[in-house]
Design a protein around this ligand. Structure first.
Ligand SMILES: Nc1ncnc2c1ncn2[C@@H]1O[C@H](COP(=O)(O)OP(=O)(O)O)[C@@H](O)[C@H]1O
Ligand SMILES: [Mg+2]
Length: 241
């Protein structure tokens, strides 16, 4: 089966500094791929390169078999790839609903309103706060808004960069439950970047470990979780949840 999104031999970085040294991975429809690795490994750089914000120096990025290399971020988003960035980057001064509307920028208004209804069903807390300034909500609600904004455009692949960062364990559990629901009930492909590796591997179908810009391990989430060498080297032998 053709992968939903495939990265092949990707090299990219900042100016003359190469951060990704030939990364290859793929995400299939209805599958969660967890991308784990230490701080500075290049996880966010990879997501920003897939989204078209960083131009790779080598390699290819395919969306359902077609290269999207060198395309503008807006074109890549229209191809069905949506990125929820690290730190959420919602517009704090704008109302919740205005933030959601921005996720549908350039799309048919009827369709956006339909999708908004769906997002409110997924996150009932957002509907209660639709007129409230987004920045006044809790961290968990802001993360839900950031995910909701990405879902407005009906993506096929959702890329989440550290969605659990700074959130209380009970809220993290809620976000992870939602990620599983998006895969199981809605068939989305999900590229999940997490520091919280244990929790990510538990829900992941496939997993990749990135270290200093290289994929050093790949396998099913379950295989990585039972790999003692991996646990000791990357998770310090203990669960972070
Ligand atoms: N805007 C930038 N300009 C220059 N170097 C950067 C920039 N963003 C990240 N880096 C560097 O790229 C490397 C990978 O960073 P990043 O992709 O953010 O890692 P991760 O998301 O895995 O923590 C780090 O060495 C970081 O310092
Ligand atoms: Mg990062």
């Amino acid at each position: 089966m053709t992968a939903l999104m495939e990265v092949d031999g990707l090299r990219a970085g900042y100016g003359s500094v190469e951060v990704l040294h030939g990364v290859s991975l793929s995400v299939r429809e209805g599958e969660i791929l967890a991308l784990v690795g230490a701080n500075g490994a290049g996880k966010s750089t990879l997501l920003n390169t897939i989204s078209g914000f960083i131009r790779p120096s080598d390699g290819d990025i395919l969306c359902r078999g077609h290269s999207i290399l060198g395309r503008a971020p807006a074109v890549i988003a229209r191809a069905g790839i949506r990125h929820v960035p690290e730190g959420r980057r919602i517009f704090a001064e704008l109302a919740v609903e205005e933030n959601l509307m921005l996720g549908g920028y350039g799309l048919d208004r009827e369709r956006v309103l339909e999708r908004m209804k769906w997002v409110y069903e997924l996150f009932p807390r957002l509907i209660e706060r639709r007129s409230q300034a987004a920045g006044t909500m809790s961290g968990g609600e802001q993360q839900m808004l950031a995910i909701g904004r990405a879902l407005i455009a009906d993506p096929k692949l959702l890329m989440l960069d550290e969605p659990s960062m700074g959130l209380a364990p009970i809220v993290v559990a809620e976000i992870f439950k939602l990620i599983v629901k998006l895969r199981d009930a809605h068939g989305l492909g999900i590229l999940l970047v997490e520091q919280n590796a244990h929790a990510a591997l538990r829900i992941a179908d496939q997993a990749c470990v990135l270290s200093l810009g290289c994929v050093v391990k790949q396998g099913t989430g379950a295989a990585l979780l039972s790999d003692q060498t991996f646990i000791e080297a990357f998770l310090g032998g203990r669960s972070s949840v």
